[in-house]
Write a protein that binds this ligand. Sequence first.
Ligand code: ATR
Length: 308
Amino acid sequence: MAHQNQLKINALTRCCAVYGHPVSHSASPAMHNAAFRHLKLNWVYLAFDVLPQKLNSAISGAQQMKFIGLNLTVPHKIFAFEIVDVIDNSAKNWGAVNTIRFEGKDVAGNWQPLSQFESEMPTELRSNGFNTDADAITSALYEEFKYTPDNTTVLILGAGGAGRVAALKLASCGVKQLYIINRTLSKAVELSDEIRKKYPDVSVKLDYPSGNVDLVINATSLGLKNSDPIPVDLTKFELKKSGFAYDLIYRPSETLFLKTARESGCKTANGLSMLLWQGIKALEIWTQKPAPIEIMRKALIKNIYGNT
Ligand code: ATR
């Protein structure tokens, strides 16, 4: 007898997918398929390894096959921004797209998500690019710490793709003072120039703070390997000077940065909540319905950490 949670794939099954390179580590299929089953959607979510130079044709192919939507992960988020037909406001600010919704023109001439078409499929199609990473940062920080950025001071370690979106999002939400540290100074300078231009009320410094901060975020890749050094120079900034410490890394569940922060008295959390919230927002963009948050969280935890 078929298990009640088993996927029943048939000719009406609709597809979503994540494109990455590499992609085999992705926990998104586990999270989204659990949500589809819960919502009783005859949809399936797959992962595809797509070369950056083939991203354009891979997106067009999904559109022609009337996929519901796509997620993009490293290294596709910036390239996708140039490829999609239209850019939603959520992506405009960041120059990066992590969620695509395919849309079709209905009989009245309005663009509708493909999830809204049941039998008769539209002939005119387009790709709409969204970004759910930026909102996921503030949703995750609120969920974990009840932290809201307004009037706070934040130290961000890392000015790569993730650090840039975190810094810009926090600046857009009224952070008072941002300190940014990056191994390659030129990238931190570029980011600080962008923040000053877009958010002139935010003070940005490319140094460690001398006083206390509300929050420190690790947005570097240091910590992914157990042998990695801590991403903060403890001779210049002691972690006890921060109230909260958030690591965008979720595997391992506690990096050296988080362990040290916890032992220094900070309230800590890892990036699983950010992964969850970007997925929640993507699902809601595709379905136009509230996402089953706890089902998705449980599926993510099981996929990433096992049953323990
Ligand atoms: P992501 O999209 O995950 O942010 P990324 O754009 O490659 O990935 O950024 C990785 C971040 O980790 C950068 O801030 C990077 O610093 P550089 O800009 O100097 O490359 C940082 N990082 C990676 N390896 C590092 C190391 N060994 N020491 C310090 N910082 C490191």
